[in-house]
Design a protein around this ligand. Structure first.
Ligand code: FAD
Ligand code: UDP
Length: 385
């Protein structure tokens, strides 16, 4: 092994660090991943039957307001002009999300103007007096009032998290805008889109260098193969993007995660939902949402197969150690445990913990890329020069 830097995890954090390392230094980089593909959770592949691009670990939509990240990603891919819009089925009716004037007027069978709707929601949310609610329940009610909260948030959140919303951080729902006009763009960021020729082509271009070696199907904790933690720790700088508690053998306890089971349905139809994402707000539908992948790429209609479509329903549950960790649960107990792991991590010689799993964070792709660019500049590059 003659690498100057070992990166555990070929997700966006690891790929960004690898790309930066060969661009800014003479380092040779070795990337390891336990999976049989690069891209981490943002990996996608083409479904033969329908021609749809399937996002293997759940729907991934790129969006950012960060100029540096936008310029960076555009070096490796162009983006389609896809604009993310989501609909929700509640009591046998379909509503636009995120909550906007269209949702409010349909729900209350009204024709409120923006200021009338704002006045109504202020009245309905007055029960929450805190200026800056710290939990999801209070944050939700204070944003949209109790009736809309109970219709669109309460049951969906119960299915998604199976945790009392009063114990979940407000940040989970702060991501979603609430608008008093008819704008139903899901994201509020300046730029959004999907990679024109797919996620995997984007990621391959990031690491197209003869100084980057990628080994797949390698578990860094498996001592029966040579590229393992015990053999490499202290010998070469390591960027670790796997679960932080796993690194320390769960010595302080296990951080809680949610995972998602996907149930695939195939229909002999061109289009089943008429949109890429349909959320199901009520408790009687056991899944949170259904993704119809073809509809993410309407610009590829000619290359897709007509008369067939594929849909994935998402069933959320607590993750066991062997499951894919998707969403950090982040209760106060988890946050306290993570703080103690972080303190241990900061003392680990020559190891940089990063990404979603390494820092126990609910990060979007643009945030992971940004944090990788910063980590590279501040702490990884100095070790390589
Ligand atoms: P990951 O992509 O998780 O990569 C970590 C890698 O480390 C994995 O490939 C894993 O196999 C590897 N690894 C772990 N342990 C070991 C080991 N022991 N040995 C070797 N390799 C190991 N973001 C958006 O911007 N938009 C979205 O619409 C969006 N939707 C999402 C939907 C879902 C269901 C989920 C779960 C996430 C979503 N995200 C979205 C977030 C996005 O997936 C992440 O921000 C991003 O992929 C994180 O990159 P990462 O490198 O930190 O981690
Ligand atoms: N949410 C909800 N109802 C919805 C959509 C979202 O209650 O129809 C809440 C839910 O708690 C969810 C959070 O808002 O976990 C964030 O939603 P988002 O769509 O951003 O979740 P992600 O795409 O990350 O799963």
């Amino acid at each position: 092994m003659d690498a100057d830097l070992v990166i555990v995890g070929a997700g966006l954090f690891g790929l960004t660090v690898a790309q930066q390392a060969v661009e800014h230094t003479n380092a040779k980089v070795l990337i390891l991943d336990i999976r049989d593909h690069i891209g981490g959770n943002a990996y996608s592949y083409t479904d033969e039957e329908t021609g749809a691009e399937i996002h293997k670990y759940g729907a991934h939509l790129f969006h950012t307001s960060n100029q540096r990240v936008w310029d960076y990603v555009n070096r490796f891919t162009s983006f389609t002009n896809y604009v993310h819009r989501v609909y929700a089925t509640h009591n046998d009716e379909v509503y636009p999300l995120p909550i906007n004037l269209g949702t409010i007027n349909q729900f209350f069978r009204a024709h409120y103007t923006p200021s009338e709707a704002q006045a109504l929601i202020s009245e309905q949310s007055a029960e929450i007096t805190s200026e800056d609610p710290s939990n999801l329940n209070d944050q939700g009610i204070s944003l949209i009032g109790r009736p809309l909260y109970e219709a669109f948030i309460k049951n969906y959140t119960a299915k998604q998290w199976q945790t009392d919303p009063a114990e979940l951080p407000a940040s989970i729902i702060k991501r979603l805008p609430v608008r008093f006009n008819y704008d139903n763009r899901y994201f509020k960021d300046r730029w959004e889109g999907l990679p024109s020729d797919g996620y995997t082509a984007w990621f391959e271009r990031m690491i197209d260098s003869d100084r980057i070696d990628v080994r797949l199907g390698v578990d860094f904790f498996d001592e029966s193969q040579p590229l393992n933690k015990k053999a490499l720790l202290g010998k070469v700088p390591i960027v670790y993007t796997g679960p932080v508690d796993r690194w320390f053998d769960y010595s302080l306890g296990e951080l809680k995660w949610r995972t998602v089971d996907f149930k695939e349905r195939r229909y002999d139809e061109d289009d089943h939902f008429g949109c890429p994402v349909m959320n199901f707000s009520d408790a009687d539908v056991p899944y949170t949402r259904a993704i119809e992948f073809k509809n993410f790429n309407p610009e590829r209609r000619d290359q897709q197969n007509h008369g067939k479509t594929v849909v994935w329903e998402e069933y959320s549950r607590f993750a066991n150690r062997d499951d894919e960790p998707y969403y950090p649960v982040n209760t106060a107990e988890d946050r306290d445990m993570y703080t103690r792991y972080k303190a241990l991590a900061s003392k680990e010689p020559g190891v940089h913990f990063g990404g979603r799993l390494g820092t126990y964070a609910y990060y979007d792709m643009h945030q992971v890329i940004n944090s990788a660019l910063i980590a590279f500049e501040n702490s990884i590059e100095p070790e390589l020069s």
